[in-house]
Design a protein around this ligand. Structure first.
Ligand code: JFZ
Length: 594
């Protein structure tokens, strides 16, 4: 039960939208962020005392994000501080880390200067709880990295946990130490530690590209403002992310590992782990492959954001070999396809079933569309709706020119049935003028199409987002439809099939035990009429961030059936046959050609 209570603690963090510090960010000066926007891809580094614990406490492996081990195990601050006595990262090589970032195609680095545990990875005069004064290593790893970055002209930013500090009685987050009945005064923590340490970081390490704040939580507007003003005074060009809190910041940091379905406005980033943890955990070997990482990078950039991918050096300062090797493969992809990532614009197109698009002006009134193909068409035809009249020419990036043909208003690029070796092949399509965004969805005979929740119209439900932890700290976020309140509730998607075909239809949903085996209805009108009912079976218990403790099923898919559709427009409507007895969320419906 204790674990559940501790896990709930982070869920409670997640249930407080202030913790994500999102929204409300107004980019006052677009020029400030020009380098940020051009960069698109960055390295995040989580490294600290927790790295030597490696996810294990008193011999017990814990399935958590490694930098939260003190919180998860409720390690008293005084006991946790003793781990500094053996922290001695003798194999730390900052130049090798900067070289890895360069080889991976990453354009800036952000490293944890002080995480929630309160331990400074630099020589701090504000607190002796730092790597120089409290460890046998005794050297300033931030200074060494700053030198290596400045030498390599690699912008460097610092992560700083300005609200949570489990070492300090006046800070937020340590609910297990009584600190002798100390009366908390967050303002005092800010004035005595957080602001002076930010001043040290902005004074002693040369130009700082950005300060990356985190879990703002209950920090007051006056506190966020005080931090922002001090940063502007010391280094006016230094960017600040939205997790400074209270709607401040130069750009928005979305939820951890959050992948928005549609283009997101303004300057923003999504951060991601390479395995499932930020800080090193020896038993977490779940490394995403080069293909997964490139697809995640492309998905974020195609919606207008930056992708900051994390590495977690170990107790000795080494980057896990598997992680480094995979990052280098991503870098090799970027050497050939970087033109489709760095400095590009978000996709101007509507949803593409087979992949994602980025774009850049090509001069003479033309635009180059970079078509990232996640599903290579078995029949060799890459279909781009609405582009029939505007296409000028197409080529495989790093390869041959491609033939194209018009099919009505649409374009077929003849790419051949054999997928190229690239983990994500990219077709560069030059078009006259600017591409029109379309809103309708397409179901094609040579790729799986997804009708996503935000694209649904109708009544009797609400658009929402579920955030939950697959395991402690491993956040998932999914836009979905919820609140189906009666049989009159109906979610409808319009979509178009370009050719006749038979499609398997699967619904992706989450359903609690109370709604188990509820009867739902799928109706298809247009070029194929169907009206079928199907049961939604409970998807089992899991914890949901915003529900803090309410059990709710994970998301899974249920096959509704196989439908033969003529070419043309269709409308799919999903509705309950009775008021659901519990909570049901629908995130998507996929159409897979037979
Ligand atoms: C935060 C940190 O807690 C985590 O350790 C890591 O540094 C990550 C990059 O940032 O993760 C969060 C942020 C917000 C919430 C939970 C974890 N939240 O609002 O529940």
């Amino acid at each position: 039960m204790a674990t559940r209570k501790k896990t709930q603690a982070q869920e409670e963090l997640g249930s407080d939208p202030r913790m994500w510090g999102q929204g409300g960010v107004k980019v006052t000066d677009a020029n400030r962020g020009a380098w940020f926007k051009e960069s698109r891809f960055a390295m995040f580094i989580h490294w600290g005392l927790y790295s030597q614990l490696a996810g294990v406490w008193k011999g017990k492996p814990r399935h958590i994000i490694g930098e939260w081990i003190q919180h998860h195990a409720h390690i008293p601050a005084a006991e946790y501080a003793k781990t500094a006595r053996v922290f001695n990262p003798t194999e730390y090589d900052p130049r090798q880390i900067v070289r890895l970032a360069r080889e991976a195609g990453m354009k800036y680095i952000v490293i944890t200067a002080k995480h929630h545990d309160g331990f400074a990875m630099y020589k701090s005069k504000v607190s002796p709880f730092n790597i120089v004064d409290a460890t046998p290593y005794g050297r300033d790893v931030i200074a060494a990295l700053a030198d290596a970055c400045h030498e390599a002209k690699m912008p460097l930013g610092f992560y700083y946990s300005q609200t949570q500090d489990w070492h300090e009685p006046d800070a937020v987050g340590n609910s297990w130490d009584t600190f002798g009945g100390h009366k908390k005064d967050f303002g005092r923590y800010l004035v005595d530690k957080a602001i002076p340490q930010i001043e040290e970081l902005l004074t002693n390490y040369g130009p700082v590209a950005l300060i990356w704040f985190d879990t703002p939580g209950p920090i007051g507007p006056e506190h966020s403002r005080k931090l922002m003003d001090r940063i502007r005074q010391l280094q006016p060009a230094c960017l600040v992310n939205s997790r400074i809190g209270n709607g401040l910041g130069d750009y928005e940091t979305l939820g951890d590992q959050e992948f928005p379905r549609f283009t997101h406005p303004g300057l923003w980033e999504t951060i991601d782990t390479h395995n499932d943890t930020w800080g090193f955990v020896g038993h977490d070997l779940n490394w995403k492959s080069p293909r997964e990482l490139v697809q995640r990078l492309v998905r974020i950039v195609s919606r207008g954001g930056n992708y900051m991918l994390n590495i977690g050096p170990d107790a000795l300062g080494r980057v896990p070999e598997m992680s480094a090797a995979i990052l280098r493969q991503v870098g090799r992809w970027l050497k050939v396809h970087g033109e489709s990532i760095y400095g590009v614009e978000a996709s101007p197109l509507g949803a593409l079933p087979w992949g994602e698009c980025t774009a850049r002006p090509a001069g003479r009134g033309r635009t180059t569309l970079f078509l990232h193909v996640f599903q290579w068409p078995a029949d060799g035809r890459l279909i781009v709706p609405h582009m029939g009249r505007q296409a000028v020419g197409a080529r495989l990036m790093g390869g041959r020119k491609l033939k194209t043909r018009r099919t009505g208003k649409n374009l077929e690029i003849l790419v051949g049935s054999q997928a190229p070796a690239a983990v994500v092949p990219v077709v560069a399509l030059d078009i006259r003028g600017r591409a029109p965004a379309w809103t309708e969805a397409y179901a094609m005979n040579n790729s799986v199409s997804t009708l996503v929740a935000p694209a649904a119209a109708g009544k009797g439900f609400r658009q929402t987002k579920r955030s939950w932890m697959e395991k402690f700290g491993d956040w998932k976020h999914l836009e979905c439809l919820g609140g189906f309140a009666s049989p009159r509730a109906a979610a409808a998607w319009d979509f178009t099939t370009l050719e006749a075909g038979s499609f398997y239809m699967d619904i992706e949903y989450s359903c609690d035990l109370a709604a188990d085996y509820g009867q739902w209805r799928a109706q298809l009108t247009g070029g194929g009429k169907y009206d079928v009912t199907f049961p939604l079976i409970t998807t089992g218990p899991c914890r949901v961030g915003e529900g803090h403790g309410r059990e709710l099923g994970r998301f899974r898919t249920y096959r509704i059936g196989l439908f033969s559709l003529a070419p043309g427009k269709h409308t799919l409507t999903i509705s309950p046959t009775a008021k659901p007895a519990g909570e049901v969320y629908v995130s998507a419906v996929t159409l897979t050609p037979m």
